[in-house]
Structure formats: C-alpha cells, structure tokens
Design a protein around this ligand. Structure first.
Ligand code: ZN
Ligand code: ZN
Length: 211
C-alpha cells in the first residue's frame, strides 16, 4: 500500500498476459468486486523483466504436440510445446473446465508437492517418487486424464511427462514403455532432455540419471 494506492506485483509469461480478453468469469468477477469496493479502476503496467533467463513463451502456429510437465520450483506454465520446447500459456487454450483451468492447476500443485517431498528426502521420499514415476499412480492418472482432455479440445497430441529416477546400471535406455511394453526409446534425444516417447500411450520420459 502506498499513499492512496494498492499495488500488486505478479509475474506473467507475456506482456499481455493480464489483458482483459484472457480473464475468465472468476477473474472478472473479482476485478469487478475490487473496482466497486475501492471506487476506482485497476490499471495494469509492465515494469520489466525479473530474470535474465526469461524465455518467451511458444508462438508456434501449430505445435506438433504438447507436454504436461512441471517441477517443484517452476513458475512457468505446466504445458510446454513439443516443437519449440517453450511454455504454452494456459489462457491460450480453450477454457478447460468451469470457465478456467482448475483441474490443470490441481494436478500442477499436487505434482509440485510430490516433487518437493522427494527433493527434501526426509518425509515420504519413496512414496512421492512412485507417484511421479509410476503410470498407474493417482498423480499420473490425474495428469494423463488432463492430457487426454487437452488433446480433445485442441486436437494437438498431448504427452504426459513421466519422471524417472530408478536404479540405472546402464540398461535403462533399453527399457520398454511401462504401459504398453513396446519400444519407446527415441533415436536421438529431444530438446536436450527427453529419451523416451510412446506415441500410443502419450507418455514422454528421460533416461534415469541414478547410476
Ligand atoms: Zn512452440
Ligand atoms: Zn506405451
């Protein structure tokens, strides 16, 4: 609060992220409420970049595929473009559910909570790791279901990133898809990260670094 002003400093993916056209019903309702209570209008101003590593989000006309991926410290969108490997702002997608993206944000925060547990090592490390690397875990099921729905709405194939930190004595690269048991190793690594991709099961993953 400063003099007669209330200022908020959120991070955004793009300069126009807070543009009115992206507001869903709930955002607009809250803005209307604040404006009514305060008797003034909200103004939005870009004040610059916070990080020198800032990468612009995806601007591909049509992405080849999407990947649902996040981690415990990410502030990017949980959806990335398989073509350019950049963030896809959720407000560029058709509204997902109930005018917004609640199911995606619910999966994202669940995933980040599990990733924090396994990074901290002391509480529930094995449990959270299994949530992240087993295709049948409740966390993966939630994520895979979201991928399916994004694909239905956008017609862009959407892959689920499956974490992998199993014991690797050099044989992990020959492992088959954990779901359909078919070959899924990529001939060349994709985006300096992904080693496995199953087009049937819509799962993408990496070779374990746990050697
Ligand atoms: Zn892209
Ligand atoms: Zn498969």
């Amino acid at each position: 609060m400063k003099r007669n002003k209330i200022v908020s400093l959120p991070y955004t993916l793009e300069k126009k992220s807070l543009s009115k056209k992206y507001n869903n019903k709930y955002v607009q309702d809250q803005i209307d409420k604040i404006e009514k209570l305060s008797g003034s209008t909200i103004s939005i101003k870009n004040i610059g970049k916070t990080s020198s590593e800032y990468k612009k989000p995806c601007i591909c006309c049509k992405s080849e595929f999407y990947i649902l991926i996040t981690n415990y410290i990410s502030i990017d969108s949980p959806l990335t473009c398989g073509t350019c490997n950049k963030s896809v702002p959720l407000y560029k997608l058709p509204k997902f559910y109930d005018f917004g993206y609640m199911p995606i944000l619910s999966w994202e925060t669940n995933y980040q909570a599990c990733d924090s547990l396994q990074m901290n090592c002391e509480v529930g490390e094995r449990w959270s790791l299994n949530q992240m690397q087993e295709t049948k875990s409740p966390l993966s099921k939630q994520g895979l279901d979201i991928c399916k729905q994004i694909e239905e709405q956008t017609t862009i194939p959407t892959f689920y990133y499956l974490y992998n930190y199993r014991k690797n004595s050099g044989d992990d690269k020959n492992r088959l898809c954990p779901n359909c048991k078919k070959k899924w190793t990529l001939k060349t690594q994709l985006h300096n990260l992904y080693d496995f991709k199953c087009d049937n099961c819509r799962i993408i993953s990496t070779i374990s670094t746990n050697t």
